[in-house]
Design a protein around this ligand. Sequence first.
Ligand code: AKG
Ligand code: FE2
Length: 253
Amino acid sequence: MAFDEGFAADQMKKLMPISSAEFACPNNKCEEKEEEEGVRIMRDLGGGSSVVYLPQFLTCEKSWEYFRYLDEHIPWSRPTFHVLGKPALLQPRDVCYIASKGLKELVYSEYTPYAHSWDDYPPLKEILQEVHKAFPGSHFNSVLINRYNSGNDYVGWHADVHEKLYGPTPEIASVSFGCERDFFLKKKSPPPPPPPQVVGEKHHFNLKHGSLLLMRGNTQRDWLHSVPKRANAESARINLTFRRVMQMSSSSS
Ligand SMILES: O=C(O)CCC(=O)C(=O)O
Ligand SMILES: [Fe+2]
């Protein structure tokens, strides 16, 4: 993950609100009718980038089971990022990393998360199977897990661009549980300068409990994404980002 967490808050202030999304922080109950089962929303972002959103990838009840399991059993940590060896910023959410054996090591912001084993978390294997069923031909072998304990936790503007790790056109399948949060995509300016500027369109999804959002094609190359702070997000959200990491022996091209 190429991080820009500190920059995020400023950028969000500059962003026009895209929709007046309603904030639903359900209290672990599934009262509503399951109306969105099987719905797939495809959004072509142009230039070979696209996203697919499945608002009800998993049922409400099953999703709460997973939420409770992950909340209790995942060995969460909240690392401090370093810049040039100096502590710079506490990551604004809890994280954990699970990966198959023999993969290239994930390093971001001078931080190398410990790669836990899938075998220790059978429900994660179940969710992975469901993701593979929803997208036949996908072969995810790692998952970066985020827990946003409140609306104060967030992920700043970034793109998951690590060509050596993920290849040139990574697919990322993002599964959400718990409190609904806004997810934004904005286009990078060409060529991507640091810091990236907003040019043109933005896209918005309100990521529902039990939903799946797949980013694919050139989305990581050409777009940035974020989950900004939200004062009215009153409960926790857990997010799983499934990725395919190259084997230790394979080259970047
Ligand atoms: O929480 C989310 O929906 C996004 C998380 C994300 O972008 C990441 O882990 O790279
Ligand atoms: Fe990301």
